[in-house]
Ligand binder design. Sequence first.
Ligand SMILES: Cc1cc2nc3c(=O)[nH]c(=O)nc-3n(C[C@H](O)[C@H](O)[C@H](O)COP(=O)(O)OP(=O)(O)OC[C@H]3O[C@@H](n4cnc5c(N)ncnc54)[C@H](O)[C@@H]3O)c2cc1C
Length: 391
Amino acid sequence: MPDVDVLVVGAGPAGAVAAWQAKQAAPELDVVLLERDRAVGAPVRCAEGVGDAGLREFANPDGADWVSRRITDVILEAPDDTQVVLANSGVGWILDRTRFDAFLAAQAAAEGAAVLVGAEATAMARNGGDRWHVRVKQRGTEEVYRARVVIGADGVETMVGRWAGLDTRVPARDMESCAQYVLQGIDFNPDAIYLQFSTAIAPGGYAWIFPKGVGVANVGLGLVALKTDGRNAREYLDAWIARRFPAGARTGYTVGGVIVHTTIKKSYTDGVLIAGDAAHMINPLSGGGINNAMKAGRLAGCTAAAAIREGDTSERRLAAYHKAWMDLLGEDHLKYYRLKQGLEHMDDAFLNSLARSVNKVAPHKRTLGRVLTHAMIRHPQLIPVVARFFV
Ligand SMILES: Cc1cc2nc3c(=O)[nH]c(=O)nc-3n(C[C@H](O)[C@H](O)[C@H](O)COP(=O)(O)OP(=O)(O)OC[C@H]3O[C@@H](n4cnc5c(N)ncnc54)[C@H](O)[C@@H]3O)c2cc1C
């Protein structure tokens, strides 16, 4: 029965950074990172957009081979296709998640963490002792790992949280179903991301074009199933693409869920921390979760390392992780969530008129600040939709 100090379940951004940071904080600890898929970073279920500042806390994107595209513009689109091109919207990046996730896992490995692919946690129990016993299926055999701290970074379908007795349920109204194609041979500005808001196109969410290069982009949408007319996300997306890019070649397809909820009430218990999507640590307005996951992973890894060094992995000690997360971003997410609820009442006619009135501002003055001020006058709830998109 392998004995480890920290067992991280899931090698997405949250898990890889958790293993990396735990090992960096306390090199003497045995840290193991499990990934159930056969390769870290594949398949990709993501539009791959991140903000510059959050990303740079962990890695330098300049010239990195895990970047697909540098983004300098944000174009908002109304339901009637009226575009609002933001001036000075800042820099963001479209990642190559396959390479990026592998890069993060490699950082963990370089610090000395063991990275196991094709290794799935299938059950976990405490059995009265001070360690968690985690069943791990790998290459057709099962092994039980004994761990002082388990970090559940296992994404939207988290099981670690449930096994540990934490409440990770998501209300149906806060779960977005997403569908996305990689489209080739399409015409758009490759330096801009496009976000289109419309109840008819993506009820409860939005549609996006995130450039991977010239003429190639992640084109997708997220919607709330409860608000649809009965069609699923792919059917909505097919309708949108048929209108916008009828000649685009579909060379990739993915579906996935995004939890647009607030952080779970309790992300810790004796010997367990939950991080990233698994703990609903996603910006509920934008649905962006990559930078959030890395920040949560860092907190989880460092908290686990410190707690083990102190010889106290009790729920009481690990509560510091939840508090640190809530101070860092969790409280902000509560505010965004309330605003999201406010935005739900805006109809397509209002969005069309808002875009037209914002476009009366001179283009070079159409900075985010000016647009937001304008939007605030018309509809105060709109402000953070864009302002916090890249958190
Ligand atoms: C269509 C779509 C588009 C998106 N676009 C963006 C975007 O543009 N920008 C952005 O910031 N966010 C985006 N997101 C959200 C973003 O992908 C997530 O927030 C982010 O990946 C969360 O990282 P994570 O590490 O918490 O979870 P994940 O990246 O989901 O990683 C979890 C990992 O755990 C593994 N795993 C699960 N269970 C087990 C187990 N039992 N044992 C071992 N391994 C396990 C999984 O295989 C997976 O690799 C998008 C999401 C979707 C679905």
